[in-house]
Design a protein around this ligand. Structure first.
Ligand code: F6P
Length: 545
């Protein structure tokens, strides 16, 4: 039986404490402590994290740390780093932190030398991408490869797509990447548009090599290539990334052109494995090493910093604080960086596939809500779309602001005197300030506002946020950001007592889709076993297709 976190003294103390301080506003908390904005901050690797705009006191933070101790966060963390089978429902180790260990480190997973295995694959990836980038590896007709098309979905797509976009500035070998994931043919058709088969390399990325979307898209891409260049061209234009060599071979890809990883790497934790091959092709192995080093530096922080100064621990605990004590349902992720446009989508899989669970690790029901809903868009675009609800809506939505001190490129403002990047960051700071401190009716009246309009202009404030600043969007800092969120998810999962590393909830829908496909296109009458809604929808589709 998993222990029930809500039955612990630490939880009850937090409930009492919440009742006592929930009414205190951020205005009051800042007025009471002028140093708050300097003190409630920390530096983790290169990230400067300000958590002062949270509805917490020193006592709240102490009690949250007590909760982490009661839940056994340090022990679970250590067990993960030691390669224990903490993914209990699949009886697997959780080893993504071993993917970014330096060559001279030691880690054993399931009796094998994980560091040696990881670096053997990294070396093969490096040799391959060096050849691709230098033009030594050419297509079947002797042309250089200029586009890699990654075909994968979920963790085999979101991570490399997000990172490649984030690091577009580091693309230095004339190779760009496209990403095909959806079984909607529109995706592949659109991504193949304008491509020259002779200059295109497909990376079929699938941990299991059994995912319907990926195999369907890969088969269609293969037909497209063969139609243009013939069957013999496949060997020069298709490589695979997978844990399943047999299926790769059965698909017709030479396993010499396969880059492997292991069942102890979860799909949503795999961008730093061979799943990152497309990233390495675009930015090169040196930059990819910097990306891994960035992740590793956050791992070290997570493994060694005291809980009260540990960024992933604190941010995970704050997630629990709002979810379980304030009843918040979601967290907005607001990168003030257009190049991080896919970061919220990436985080959705990382966080929601990990912590969207209603039973604990031992199969008993959870006793509190789990799984924050992550969503967001880059600033400033979001400001002109959904921030109205963040500012004046009835829901409490904690937000994560992410910004960079230096841009990867900049342009002057309208009058030519300032920098667009500085304007971007002033927007970030303005939004977090207004969310926290708002504007009262008295302040609005004092400006001579029409009394009828005053209530509409009141900005309630007291809306919490974290600000995460990094010097610049680099391979290292994107690695640090990813690891920061990976470990927050871990901390929340441990508190809730769930297995953050399985995803059984996605399976039934896949089976049903396979069962429905022949019915959709069949001519026999719709089977009676179908519920009346699905049956009628099938009829409608059949008569309109
Ligand atoms: O269906 C969910 C899922 O299993 C994800 O966890 C995973 O990232 C994705 O599908 C793709 O799986 P694969 O890499 O095996 O194709």
């Amino acid at each position: 039986m998993s222990s029930d976190i809500t039955a612990t003294t630490a939880w009850r103390k937090l409930q009492d404490h919440h009742a006592a301080i929930a009414g205190r506003t951020l205005r009051e908390l800042f007025a009471a402590d002028p140093a708050r904005g300097r003190e409630l901050t920390l530096t983790a690797a290169e990230l400067y994290i300000d958590y002062s705009k949270h509805r917490v006191t020193a006592e709240t933070l102490d009690l949250l740390v007590e909760l982490a101790e009661a839940a056994g966060v340090p022990q679970r963390r250590d067990a993960m780093f030691e390669g224990a089978h903490i993914n209990t429902s699949e009886n697997r180790a959780v080893g993504h932190v071993a993917l970014r260990l330096p060559r001279d480190a030691a880690a054993t997973i399931d009796g094998a030398d994980a560091v040696a295995e990881v670096h053997e694959v990294l070396d093969r990836m490096g040799d391959f991408t060096d050849k691709l980038r230098s033009g030594e590896w050419r297509g079947a007709t002797g042309e250089r490869i200029t586009t890699v098309v990654n075909i994968g979905i979920g963790g085999s797509d979101l991570g490399p797509d997000m990172v490649t976009r984030a690091l577009r500035h580091y693309a230095d070998a004339g190779i760009s990447a496209r990403f095909v994931s959806n079984i909607d043919p529109a995706d592949l058709i659109a991504k193949l548009t304008g491509l020259d088969p002779a200059r295109t390399l497909f990376i079929v990325a699938s941990k299991t090599f059994s995912t319907l979307e990926t195999l369907t898209n890969a088969t269609a891409a293969r037909r497209w290539l063969v139609a243009a260049l013939g069957e013999d061209a496949v060997a020069k234009h298709f490589v695979a990334v997978s844990t399943n060599a047999e299926r790769v071979e059965a698909f017709g890809i030479d396993t010499n052109h396969m880059f492997g990883f292991w069942d102890w790497v979860g799909g949503r934790y795999s961008v730093d494995s061979a799943i990152g091959l497309s990233v390495m092709a675009v930015i090169g192995r040196t930059r990819f090493d910097e990306f891994l080093a960035g992740m590793h530096s956050m791992d070290r922080h997570f493994a060694t910093a005291p809980l009260a100064e540990n960024a992933p621990v604190l941010l995970g605990l704050l997630g629990v604080w709002y979810s379980n004590f304030f009843g918040a349902q979601s967290r907005a992720v607001l990168p003030y960086s257009n190049d991080l446009a896919r970061f919220p989508a990436y985080l959705q899989q990382l966080t929601m596939e990990s912590n969207g669970k209603s039973v604990r690790a031992d199969g008993t029901p959870v006793t509190t809500s789990t799984g924050e809903i992550f969503w967001g868009e880059p600033g400033t675009n979001g400001q002109h779309a959904f921030y109205q609800l963040l500012h004046q809506g009835t829901r409490l939505i904690p937000a994560d602001f992410i910004g960079f001190a230096r841009p990867t490129g900049d342009l002057p403002t309208i009058d030519g005197t300032g920098s667009m990047h500085d304007l971007l960051i002033s927007n970030l700071l303005a939004q977090s300030e207004v969310l926290a401190f708002g504007k009262t009716a008295d302040e609005i009246r004092a400006e001579g506002t029409d009394p009828a309009v005053v209530p509409h202009k009141v900005m309630p404030g007291n809306r919490p946020s974290t600000t995460i600043f990094a010097p610049m969007l680099t391979p290292g800092t994107i690695g640090q950001l990813i690891a920061l969120y990976e470990h927050q998810v871990f901390v929340e999962g441990v508190i809730w007592g769930i297995d953050s590393f399985d995803q059984w909830g996605v399976e039934l829908g896949k089976q049903q889709a396979l069962a429905l496909a022949p019915i959709l296109t069949g001519t026999e009458s719709v089977p009676h076993e179908l519920d009346s809604s699905t049956g009628t929808l099938v009829d409608w589709y059949r008569s309109h297709r």
